[in-house]
Design a binder for this molecule. Structure first.
Ligand code: PEP
Ligand code: MN
Length: 333
């Protein structure tokens, strides 16, 4: 739409799309509003829209992903996670345990990471574990513990939703819903989580291409939820010295074609605590909008992902290094 387009003019475009049986998604930007139109089976000629007042130009998006693309929305999207803005000039740090294990453990870690400068608390209450005999998470009790940790520290909370049946309860307690690597293409979960209107931290599937990753995000945006934060967390390759191969080159690739923010998880990306600091530095240097790292007060006793957990002191060192790299690439922390 033209910069000076009124909301009534935007509404007219939406109504015109709906009359054609299409779906319209107004996307307000800093300069002007774009109206994404989806749901067409074949080409839609520009004629239906071009002549409407307030319309500046009609572009057709040739990629299979539409709403997530920069063609649709040239400016960076900034997602608010309980007031913490992801995707602006600040580099955001998400930290916390892999799993919520107890009130005492979660409160301790939340306070330790908060004191060292974390912005958001992470921690799984529903855990996707490779073995059915491994700790599966505390469920709703874990969500209550996260809410108590938010209360105690002021940190907004991100936690994984594993199943469509849990979307409502997780959305009730969390500031941001995480969709894990194993569920990146659980399309029903993407739709249902998208409908909550809560921001979504969408982790890249272990063998997902960039196009598949963006199409997964497209599912959420298609529910009229613009709040997706992409998360690179490593992909499966033949190397065996790390748990996964952190694909940092996806950061500038995403930045070029999508307006969505992207953060990097070097904890799952490497699986080894000694590799988390250097890869955090590299993530910020590559242009990531934030990092997500696992921290535990007693890593040796962690019920999941102990080998990749940082101690609180290591996390403090990480924050110092991230601040230095962020400043070097023109970002703040
Ligand atoms: C997690 O962040 O706790 C997690 C399970 O990550 P992923 O889905 O990337 O394996
Ligand atoms: Mn983990």
């Amino acid at each position: 739409m033209d910069r000076s387009a009124t909301s009534a003019e935007v509404e007219r475009v939406v109504a015109a799309a709906e009359r054609l049986g299409l779906k319209a998604h107004p996307i307000p930007g800093a300069q002007r509003t774009a109206v994404g139109i989806t749901g067409n089976k074949g080409a839609v000629g520009p004629g239906a829209f071009e002549a409407l007042p307030g319309v500046l130009e009609v572009l057709s998006v040739s990629h299979p992903y539409k709403l997530v693309s920069r063609e649709f929305h040239p400016e960076d999207t900034i997602v608010s996670v309980g007031g913490v803005l992801v995707g602006g000039t600040r580099v955001v740090v998400i930290a916390g345990p892999c799993a919520v294990e107890s009130l005492e453990q979660t409160l301790t870690i939340a306070r330790e990471v908060k004191a060292r400068g974390a912005d958001v608390l992470r921690g799984g209450a529903y855990k996707p574990r490779t073995s059915p005999y491994a700790f599966q998470g505390l469920g709703e009790e874990g969500l209550k513990i996260l809410a108590a940790a938010r209360e105690a520290t002021g940190l907004p909370v991100v936690t994984e939703v594993l199943d469509t049946a849990h979307v409502e309860i997780v959305a009730h307690y969390a500031d941001c819903l995480q969709i894990g690597a194993r569920n990146m293409q659980n399309f029903e979960l993407l739709k249902k989580a998208g409908k909550t209107g809560k921001p979504i931290l969408l982790k890249r599937g272990m063998s997902a291409t960039l196009e598949e990753f963006l199409l997964a995000a497209e599912y959420v945006l298609a529910e009229n939820n613009p709040g997706v934060i992409l998360c690179e967390r490593g992909i499966r390759t033949f190397t065996d010295f790390t748990r996964n191969t952190l694909d940092l080159s996806v950061v500038p690739a995403v930045e070029r074609i999508s307006h969505l923010p992207i953060v990097v998880d070097p904890s799952h990306g490497t699986g080894r605590r000694e590799k988390v600091l250097p890869m955090s530095r590299a993530s910020v240097a590559a242009g990531a909008d934030g990092i997500s790292v696992e921290v535990h007060n007693r890593p040796a006793e962690a019920l999941s992902d102990g080998p990749q957990a940082l101690t609180p002191d290591m996390f403090g060192e990480l924050m110092d290094q991230v601040r230095a790299i962020a400043a070097a690439v023109g970002r703040t922390t």
